[in-house]
Design a protein around this ligand. Structure first.
Ligand code: G4P
Length: 535
């Protein structure tokens, strides 16, 4: 197959949701359709097996939440689907944000009883920043949920995206009858079942009396009224509006009952984007370019603490990746050969000889790679759009065992490279402050430092509101600012200057007092050409 054909058959996406909306269940059903697993329950049980493999994940197991993200590849109807799992727990949101940099589209699961929940709102913000196309799946229609029109309004309002229903539920909860596909013009009747899939009945005309026979007169009447309203209120579905991230098509179903999932998948493979072009520091790179390039978006913890090997997750962006080839590690300005590379097919890992744009490859790494690294076939550019966001919670690392200082330093660096948290080192006194999105990471860090590096730490809470990356067109002014605010200046992992603001009001005051200084809330900002020249 040619490069173009390989690209055309790939869809790389992630499922996002607030915990408990049904992400795991939907993932499992999609894998069942793809023939990647044989029975329900396999996804959850595999998660538990994974945890047993590495001790630190005991923490996660005890709490019964998913910390690990993984990749599941499967084939469906001639299409190679790469599904990137994202942790639902909000403390691991940063991990999810980064995974979203590696997908081309997203399916968002919403619980019809609970509607749009907080975590969904945050994740949608990240999708919007990147104009990622989103499909909504409204789940749990077998339960008494909110009115479907209200749900659509809520999505538009809270998630700040236009919606277009492509299927429509006929009643809900105990009287749930099925869904009418506005896209395929067909009716699917609901029978609660965890395994079987009912065939859809084609309906050429919504006024066909067969609908009355199948769902009852009242339901048929309601459906016709609803469809008329939808056609009147929502503009015709245009695929380009979806691909540009402006309109989210909406499907209704019940994942646990395997209902509406096949329709979702069938439409998904028709409309979801193939691997998209991506921005770099030099230019936009097309997936169809002959030369290989890609970036690292995730690093998986030591499988075996005795050997510090890790798996780096590479998203292939252009050309063909071939195992055993020499590729340029742009940051380190050296060539690396990856003889040990894995593909992720459902739960199995298998050695991969070649991979194409959209594919995720697992690279065994002994400490060369970190999140955000770019690999190319010679050219020197970096993929952009993998920023660090300002953390929410900050704590100082207190070393409790002076004999293990070296181990602690090493451990901290490695954990930060994996993206577990962000480390800020203060200019004054070299205090080390760890910043995270959630409280749970501190336990993970403490546990892993002890188990893998034999270092004992405690954390001291810090009065910090935000980490702001700072820059200025005028280097003298920047230096002046750094000197005057010395106690609050730190460096991030890449040595970039960061101002640690104590409160919102104080930050505002400082911003007003130093108009020449630019304050950024993500690590990735466009430096003004003047500043670059002076650096
Ligand atoms: P998550 O990954 O988004 O956190 O959600 P998950 O799939 O684990 O689903 C959360 C709960 O919702 C599960 O119940 C699951 O069975 C249930 N669920 C998923 N889809 C549907 C649906 O269409 N209808 C109904 N009624 N429930 C659904 P649980 O009791 O927490 O787990 P389990 O014992 O069923 O596995």
């Amino acid at each position: 197959m040619t490069l173009e054909q390989e690209i055309a058959k790939r869809r790389t996406f992630g499922i996002i949701s607030h915990p408990d909306a049904g992400k795991t269940t939907l993932t499992e059903k999609l894998l069942l359709f793809g023939g990647a697993i044989q029975k329900a329950g396999a996804v959850k049980s595999s998660k538990i097996k994974d945890h047993a493999r590495s001790d630190w994940m005991e923490i996660e197991k005890q709490r019964g939440i998913s910390v690990a993200t993984s990749v599941m590849g499967f084939n469906y109807d001639g299409i190679k689907i790469n599904l990137l799992d994202t942790p639902g727990h909000q403390d691991f949101a940063e991990d999810t944000y980064r995974t979203l940099t590696a997908v081309d589209s997203v399916i968002m699961v919403i619980d019809c009883v609970k509607g749009v929940e907080m975590q969904t709102e945050k994740l949608m913000e990240v999708c919007r920043m990147r104009s990622t196309p989103v499909i909504c799946f409204i789940n749990k229609l077998d339960r008494e949920g909110q009115d479907p029109f209200d749900l659509l309004d809520e999505i538009e309002e809270k998630l700040n995206i236009k919606v277009r229903p492509l299927s429509w539920p006929i009643s809900m909860g105990k009287t749930f009858k099925g869904v009418y596909s506005l896209y395929e013009k067909s009716l699917k009747l609901f029978t609660p079942s965890k395994t079987t899939v009912e065939e859809a009945i084609e309906i050429s005309d919504i006024n066909d009396p067969i609908i009355d026979q199948l769902v009852g007169e009242n339901n048929a009447k309601q459906l016709r009224a609803d469809v008329e309203l939808i056609e009147g209120v929502y503009p015709e579905f245009e695929i380009d509006d979806y691909l540009s991230g402006n309109v989210a098509p909406v499907f209704f179903g019940s994942a646990v009952n395997n209902f509406g999932v096949k329709e979702l998948l069938d439409t998904f493979i028709k409309i979801a984007p193939t691997p998209i072009p991506r921005e770099t520091t030099l230019r936009e790179v097309e997936p169809s370019e002959k030369k290989f390039s890609g970036f690292i978006f995730k690093i998986h913890a030591n499988m075996d603490p005795k050997h510090r090997n890790r798996i780096a997750f590479l998203r292939v962006c252009s050309g063909k990746f071939e195992r055993g080839n020499n590729y340029t590690h742009v940051r380190q300005e050296k060539n690396i050969r990856f003889s040990n590379a894995t593909a992720f097919m459902a739960q199995d890992r298998e050695t991969v000889e070649e991979a194409w744009p959209g594919d995720i490859v697992g690279l065994y790494d002994t400490g060369n790679l970190k999140i955000g690294d770019t690999l190319t076939d010679g050219e020197k550019f970096f993929y952009t759009g993998i920023p660090s966001f300002s953390p929410e919670i900050f704590k100082e690392v207190i070393n409790k065992d002076a004999m293990k200082t070296k181990q602690l330093e090493k451990g901290l660096i490695q954990l930060m490279e994996e993206g577990v948290a962000q480390l800020f080192t203060f200019e004054l006194g070299s205090r080390k402050v760890v910043g995270t999105v959630g409280a749970l990471q501190f336990e993970v860090i403490q546990f892993r430092l002890k188990n893998e590096y034999n270092a004992t730490v405690e954390f001291a809470p810090q009065n910090i509101f935000k980490a702001c990356w700072i820059s200025s067109k005028d280097q003298a002014k920047l230096q002046e600012f750094v000197d005057s605010k010395q106690r609050h200046i730190a460096r991030d992992k890449d040595g970039k200057l960061v101002f640690m603001a104590e409160s919102k009001a104080w930050l505002q005051m400082v911003q007003d007092n130093f108009p020449e200084i630019e304050f950024h809330f993500t690590s990735e900002f466009k430096e003004t050409p003047e500043a670059l020249n002076q650096n």
